[in-house]
Design a binder for this molecule. Structure first.
Ligand code: TXA
Ligand code: MG
Length: 334
C-alpha cells in the first residue's frame, strides 16, 4: 500500500512530514517533490533501504544515485572536504538544481555510488524536501521517481502511475517548478566536467569558477554510468525535429498519419484536421518546454499514439538541458 499525502508547498504540515521522516528512518521509501522533478527517497546510509530503491524502479545497479542534504553541515557526512574554489559553487547555487560529484565517505551505503569512489550530492530548494531531510536527520538518496527508462515524474500522479504499490508513501506537493533534472558537475577532475546538463547552465558555472568542460567522449561518459542507459522514453517512438532543421513538422505529421496515430509536441501550430492526431502546443521557451515536456510525453503515451513528433528548441542557455533530454528520449539506444 502506498499512502498519498497532500501538502502545502510553502508551509508543509510538520506532523505529516514527521510521518514520512519516520518511514525513511525505518528504511522505507518516500517519493517527494523537489524543484526539478519528484525524487524517490531512502536513507543514504542504509544499504538495504537503497537496494529497495533499485528494485522499485527496476534501475540498473550500475547507475548511481544523488544524495540530498538539507544544509552545508550534512554534506560532510557523505563527502570528503571541499576546496575553497568549489565552496563558491555551494554558496552560489545551493539550495538549487546543481549536483556536485565529490569523493565519498565510507559511511554512505555502497549501492548509492554503484561501486564508484565518488558520491553525487545536492541541496534541493523545495521546502517539502528540505523539511523531510531535516526531520529524517539523515541524508536522503533519491533518483527521479519514475520507473527506470520512463519520463521523469513532475506530479504526484505521475509517481503514482509508475510506482504505486511499490513504495511506502508519496508526498504530493503539486507540479514541480522547473521540470527537468539538476545539472551534474564532477568536481573531482580538473577542470570540472558537466556530466549532465541541467537548469544551472555552463555559463552560470563559468561565471562562478572559471573553466568548466562538458562531457564529450564515451570514455568520459563512463564516469556518469546512468547517461548510457535508455532514458526519459515514452512507449511510443519519438521523432525529434531539431530547431533550425528544414524539415516541416506539419508535413512530417501528415506523412506519419498515413501509418497510424500521431502525437505532436511543439510550438508551431499544425493545421491538420485528423482525429488520429493529438497536438500539444506550447510556448517556444526553455521554461515552458522544461515544465511541460515530461507530462506531455506521458499524456500522449496514455492515449496510446504510435509515434510522437517533437519540435526542438534553441540550445542556448537552459535550452541545452531540454534538448539533452529530448535527444535521449528520441534515441534508440538500449
Ligand atoms: O534533479 C535531480 O537531479 C533529480 C531530483 C530528484 O533531485 N534526481 C535525478 O536523479 O535526476 P537520477 O537518479 O534520475 O539521475 C542521477 C544522475 C545520473 O545520470 C547518474 O549517473 C548521476 O546522476 N550520478 C549519480 N552519482 C554519480 C557519481 N558518483 N558519479 C557520476 N555520476 C553520478
Ligand atoms: Mg532519472
Amino acid at each position: 500500500m502506498t499512502a498519498i499525502i497532500e501538502l502545502d508547498t510553502q508551509h508543509p504540515d510538520p506532523a505529516l512530514i514527521q510521518e514520512a521522516a519516520s518511514i525513511i528512518r525505518a528504511g522505507g521509501l518516500v517519493a517527494f517533490p523537489t524543484e526539478t522533478v519528484y525524487g524517490l527517497g531512502a536513507d543514504a546510509m542504509n544499504e538495504r533501504a537503497i537496494r529497495r530503491i533499485f528494485e522499485a524502479k527496476g534501475r540498473p545497479a550500475d547507475n548511481p544515485l544523488i544524495v540530498h542534504v538539507c544544509d552545508r553541515a550534512m554534506l560532510d557526512l557523505v563527502a570528503t572536504e571541499v576546496s575553497a574554489k568549489y565552496e563558491a559553487l555551494i554558496a552560489a547555487f545551493w539550495p538549487g538544481p546543481l549536483t556536485l560529484v565529490l569523493k565519498r565517505k565510507p559511511q554512505v551505503a555502497k549501492s548509492v555510488s554503484a561501486g564508484l569512489l565518488t558520491v553525487a550530492v545536492r541541496m534541493p530548494r523545495s521546502q517539502i524536501a528540505l523539511e523531510l531531510i531535516r526531520q529524517a536527520r539523515t541524508p536522503i538518496a533519491a533518483p527521479s521517481a519514475n520507473l527506470s527508462g520512463r519520463p521523469s515524474a513532475t506530479t504526484a500522479a505521475h509517481v503514482a502511475r509508475d510506482l504505486e504499490g511499490r513504495i511506502d508513501m508519496i508526498l504530493d506537493g503539486g507540479a514541480t517548478n522547473i521540470g527537468v533534472e539538476s545539472t551534474v558537475l564532477d568536481i573531482t577532475s580538473e577542470p570540472p566536467v558537466i556530466l549532465r546538463p541541467g537548469w544551472v547552465t555552463r555559463e552560470h558555472l563559468i561565471d562562478t569558477i572559471g573553466r568548466v568542460d562538458v562531457v564529450a567522449t564515451a570514455e568520459e561518459l563512463k564516469r556518469s554510468p546512468g547517461t548510457r542507459h535508455r532514458h526519459y522514453s515514452p512507449r511510443a517512438r519519438v521523432v525529434l525535429v531539431e530547431s533550425g532543421s528544414s524539415e516541416s513538422v506539419e508535413q512530417l505529421c501528415k506523412d506519419l498519419l498515413q501509418e497510424g496515430t500521431v502525437g505532436f509536441i511543439g510550438h508551431s501550430r499544425v493545421a491538420i484536421d485528423n482525429p488520429k492526431l493529438t497536438a500539444i502546443v506550447m510556448e517556444n521557451t526553455a521554461d515552458e518546454y522544461a515544465r511541460s515536456i515530461y507530462s506531455a510525453l506521458r499524456e500522449l503515451d496514455e492515449r496510446g499514439v504510435n509515434v510522437i513528433v517533437v519540435e526542438g528548441i534553441s540550445e542556448e542557455g537552459e535550452g541545452a538541458a531540454v534538448m539533452d533530454r529530448l535527444r535521449r528520449a528520441a534515441s534508440e539506444a538500449e
